[in-house]
Design a protein around this ligand. Structure first.
Ligand SMILES: Nc1ncnc2c1ncn2[C@@H]1O[C@H](COP(=O)(O)OP(=O)(O)OP(=O)(O)O)[C@@H](O)[C@H]1O
Ligand SMILES: Nc1nc2c(ncn2[C@@H]2O[C@H](COP(=O)(O)O)[C@@H](O)[C@H]2O)c(=O)[nH]1
Length: 181
């Protein structure tokens, strides 16, 4: 059984939307990015400083640290080990670097799910989220897609028109997480 379901893909592809829909409880990661209007500390991220993240790295407390669009993102190693040890199922959203580290450390206990949408769809979605960093976020789009295709076990094509069809498939997952949690 998988302990960690990891969602990876370009910015705006819909990773967080799908993670929420599937319903496996999230592993909350750390970021030095400022919260968006709708985001809550401890729910969407542990919002903290760059210095604090680098300090945790120095102490060996992190699985990995990555820099994305000018901000640091990191996940706590001990909390992921505990999920795996206790045979729980949790979800996490990470970039390709994070996905590679999860695979390296937890191998068959991780299901790596890629989430794809076209660059235009991602742009439109980031725009509608009122995010001003659109082009900075899409700068690595091609690299994000290539890395995702190399590493992920399965890829969800999350185009606007596929949403209803995807929801039907994701409902099976949802049901199984409700049953085991
Ligand atoms: N299939 C879809 N059709 C239309 N809109 C969608 C679809 N999937 C997600 N969205 C919308 O796109 C926006 C971005 O989605 P989401 O935040 O889940 O993306 P993300 O991949 O987690 O982005 P980021 O990496 O930048 O945080 C949200 O407003 C969401 O409602
Ligand atoms: N390698 C990691 N990537 C992470 C982590 N937490 C989030 N992310 C990824 O960062 C970008 C940007 O996220 P956003 O919330 O600012 O839009 C996105 O690709 C996430 O998947 C982490 O701990 N490690």
């Amino acid at each position: 059984m998988f302990s960690i379901i990891s969602f990876t893909g370009p910015s705006g592809s819909g990773k967080t939307t799908i993670q929420k829909y599937v319903g496996a409880a999230p592993i909350i990661t750390f970021t030095s990015r400022k919260p968006r209007k709708s985001e809550v500390d401890g729910v969407h991220y542990h919002f903290t400083t760059r210095e604090n993240i680098l300090g945790m790295k120095e102490k060996g407390e992190l699985l990995e640290v990555t820099e994305y669009s000018g901000n640091l993102y990191a996940s706590n190693l001990k909390s992921i080990h505990e999920v795996v040890k206790n045979q729980q199922t949790r979800s996490i959203v990470v970039d390709v670097h994070g996905a590679r580290e999860l695979k390296k450390h937890f191998n068959e206990r991780v299901l790596l799910v890629g989430v794809f949408a076209s660059k235009d769809e991602c742009r439109q979605r980031i725009y509608s989220r009122s995010d001003s960093n659109i082009e900075k976020r899409l700068y690595s789009y091609d690299e994000d897609v290539k890395g995702m295709l190399e590493i992920c076990n399965l890829v969800i094509i999350n185009s606007d028109e596929n949403w209803l069809k995807n929801k039907k498939i994701l409902d099976f997952w949802r049901k199984s997480f409700i049953e085991i949690s």
